[in-house]
Design a protein around this ligand. Sequence first.
Ligand code: NAP
Ligand code: SF4
Length: 686
Amino acid sequence: MQADPGLSRYPHLLAPLKVAGTTLRNRIIMGSMHTRLDMEENGVQKMAAFLAERAKGEVGLIITGGYAPNSAGLIEPGGPMLTDRAQVPELRRITEAVHRYDSKICLQILHSGRYAKQEECLGPSSIRSRINRYTPRAMTGEEIEQTIADYVRCAALAQEAGFDGVEIMGSEGYLINEFTVLRTNDRTDEWGGSEENRHRLPVELVKRVRAATGNNFILIYRISALDLVEGGATGDEIDRLAQRVESAGADILNTGIGWHEARVPTIAYPIPRGAWRFAAARIKRAVKIPVVASNRINTPELAEEVISSGDSDLVSMARPMLADPFFAKKAREGKPETINTCIACNQACLDFIFSDRSATCLVNPRACRETLFEEGPAARPRKVAVVGAGAGGLAAAAEASRRGHQVTLFEAADRIGGQINLARAVPGKVEFDEMLRYYSGRIEAGQVNLRLNTPVSKADLANEGFDAVVVASGVHPRVPAIPGIDHPSVVVYSDLLSGKRKAGRRVAIIGAGGIGFDVAEYLCHSQPGEAPKHRALDLKDFQREWNIDATLSQPGGLSGDPLAPREASREITILQRKASRPGAGLGVSTGWILRSSLAKRGVKLLAGVSYDRIDDAGLHITVDGTPQVLAVDTIVICAGQDSNRSLYDELRASGIEAHVIGGAKEAAELDAMRAIDDGVRVGQAL
Ligand code: NAP
Ligand code: SF4
């Protein structure tokens, strides 16, 4: 029998690991993620289905979202907490669902400390975080002892519920992390002051949880490998904490990067892949137990390379498991090209969580909704046309063909991708290439008849006798009727990002939506006259940009203010008519990164603008009743889009079954997330 082709390709990643009397089948960990599924009706059933699918996909070890060991540790009222034996039977349904497919599962214990969104929050000291409006009360010695007992109870209950172990969350600036550094701990008792005292809480937690649960129970400690905040730990301090936790009885050290209040981005697309492996590698050199690398690792190639180079023993991937539950299985089968890769956009996972919605995934709308989507084939195979091969059309064609329909995909351009081909020019968004690679494969595997360079009319479609037509013909940029809009200085964003037109040194951007900000970011990172680069981000540039000290010789691993001004290659102003704050509609978890990056380069934001005219002097505007001229050499139009939906209206009028999706359906607030979601849903409905 032929061995799995993936084993020779990813020998380190797919090697089993013996730990705490059990064996993980590979080195792939699905990292802890708060999905909010547990807060929904039938939450346990949904969570079990979500995790079981990842286990079926052969992930080695799953770590749950954080459970508070007591009510003070809750991140928000109503959040997950494990304190009572009555919860054991429900949790058992989750562990059984995972064990059915031979994966292991650990429950994460997380006390939010001073990040808790509750008035009565606790911390080592009464020092408020800039991201919480509540000031913590300093815990008494008795409360600390009780909290340790609560962790022990939580771990014991997890063991009773069939979990293979627990992860004690000691990073990201939560309670335990707060105890370990002077920034948040100014105590003078045995829990503060000296380094040994500050490390006492994690050490005691590990010791006492180990004593209560025995040796055949995986005990992971998630250490803050890099705090990225002023007054954080140095590398030497982190090494010693790792050694103390190891001596106390931890089996595995997982790594966390950056406190939540850090002003350095850690997981979104503007961070190069593998950017933080150096921090895991440092800890690995300090201890003998296995170490996990995490953050911005999203392909089996990179995961294999991180382990084979000796930087870590395991790799944790959370969002990549939302994007593709079968990541590990596809790697083992030697089919990495079929993996639906996480593009680090944060749009449907973190941004949903931050806006009190359950997580899902931009590239995989089925994530966290496993019980809602149809898996089987269509009852009646049909002849289907999809018009437009942007994100929505690709998703519709792939899903329809998966369900057994005979699909023809028409695209007017010479390549698939639509608007995605423009996004790729923005620094970090070259990750979208993964989406194009994935859909190309699915289109090919599904034997979709792809016809490029083929604009189609209603008559063409009618002649070919399709049973149904999906109109995914997207959008065209809106060009506002400003006097002088035909002036040679005016460039529409699509022409700029596609490289057809160039921008000069003084630029006004009309429109402060996602595309206006993306265009500004693109311009900030390119020289006047330069063509779009479409390449991966450079690690050294990233470290310089945010003042990251990769030697960790300075507290928190920062060599300076992450938001310090940078040299700018252009003078840029972003304008909007609304009086509200420009950029208010950007993603919660990525908008601040864009705003900071642009602010560092002196990009000006102007709201409440009315556009008067454009001429050789520049852009004439009125703000607060005062006319002024922006003496710019380029004016980039990023004023939203209008739908291309006339084909849909014509098809409907002639009685042909037609469905309209994505931007063609609704241009306002269009993004790839809605387009893909629409595409998968129509593919299911045909
Ligand atoms: P958008 O978010 O709707 O922004 C359009 C901008 O143009 C607004 O600032 C609007 O502000 C202005 N505008 C609209 N009509 C105008 C007119 N007639 N004259 C002058 N200005 C006008 O659209 P977008 O920036 O094109 O982005 C499209 C979608 O792509 C977004 O909704 C987003 O979902 C997605 N996207 C997101 C990101 C991200 O979050 N990072 C990045 C790229 C794209 P005023 O009306 O106040 O002037
Ligand atoms: Fe990754 Fe974006 Fe999906 Fe989140 S929404 S898992 S960041 S692709």
